[in-house]
Design a binder for this molecule. Sequence first.
Ligand code: TXA
Ligand code: MG
Length: 383
Amino acid sequence: MSILYESFILMEEMAVKCLSDVDKQTSNLNMYEVKTLKTHVFFVDKNVDDLNSCPQIIQAASYLQRGELVAFPTETVYGLGANAMSTAAVENIFIAKGRPSDNPLIVHIATTEQLHDIACDIPPVAYTLMEHFWPGPLTLVLPKKEAVSPRVTAGLNTVAVRMPNHPIALALIKASGLPIAAPSANRSGRPSPTTAKHVLDDLDGRIAAIVDGGATGVGVESTVIDCTTAIPTILRPGGVTKEDIEQVIGVVDIDRALVEKEAVPKSPGMKYTHYAPKAPLVVVHGSPAFLQRVINEKRAHGLKVGVLTTEEGRHTYEADVIISCGRRSDLRTVAKKLYDALRTFDETNVDLIYSESFPYEGIGVAIMNRLLKAAGHEQMMEK
Ligand code: TXA
Ligand code: MG
């Protein structure tokens, strides 16, 4: 666990403790500051015909209208939604997640009309990207409208916007009639949730409701691209690859912080350790034989060792826990399973996890970005 994450948890626990003292003196307590909410679970089949008139969606939307927090599935990961126009509602996201306040949120919309409530001076290239990739896992950073709470944008003069490609997310946003600020619905620092169970593991008792629409599809979060720079700049690799984007708008830049360890990221969220399982994780670049030698060495010292591998490698290793996160021959399956695999290690008693590495191409760029963050950049290379 990083020092930053630990101090965050500590600060959060202190805040909860102070607030319980306050609770004795006043009943006027923000309900998100104590962990005593009953989290309602609404089961919704994403394939039903008329989601817009689905009673569970309408009820979940009324929670959002009241300023409460509702987790919902998107095509990437589950999001934790709140009314993006209400500072008080957005505050609750930061409290429930224990999220650093300088990390801005993505605003989710269901129609292009909603875009004009939150963004202005939209460059032509942004419209081209919307046409090709919306609804879908591409988030555009655009100049923001005054009306958007500075709490959403962490004081920046830009706002990140996306239209998710998931029928439940779209129906919920439409039913609420609001732009919805939604980070991934995990406690800060943990792997993002790809099932409703992951959300409940992290946030049960801290949020008003969750719409359970089954497992998400893409598995890693959206690609974030800054459209305010002369050449659009990828700030976070994700579900839409650089190659996909370049086919549509030509050459794009990549934030230096994604390739240079010392550079300060333009996307504030990218500077935090993220996605971390409880046991330390090390990414290994090399042959299966090298990885096995590393495992043997640790086991010889009495440590329980886990391996994160793929279907192709799962019978190759001898270790205490072996988890496959998809097929190396189709990296989309790895993206889809990665966070679930990282969370599954938390249900085992491993002392240490080694992960295979993946090629830096296509969706592999996003996979390696998340894996290295989960590992706090701990890596081993075969000489
Ligand atoms: O797929 C996704 O994007 C998911 C689902 C729920 O939509 N959401 C998600 O949100 O991943 P979150 O909060 O975990 O990540 C948002 C990222 C962070 O890295 C944040 O720093 C960046 O977007 N971001 C938000 N607003 C920004 C802005 N105005 N400028 C630069 N980066 C921004
Ligand atoms: Mg997140």
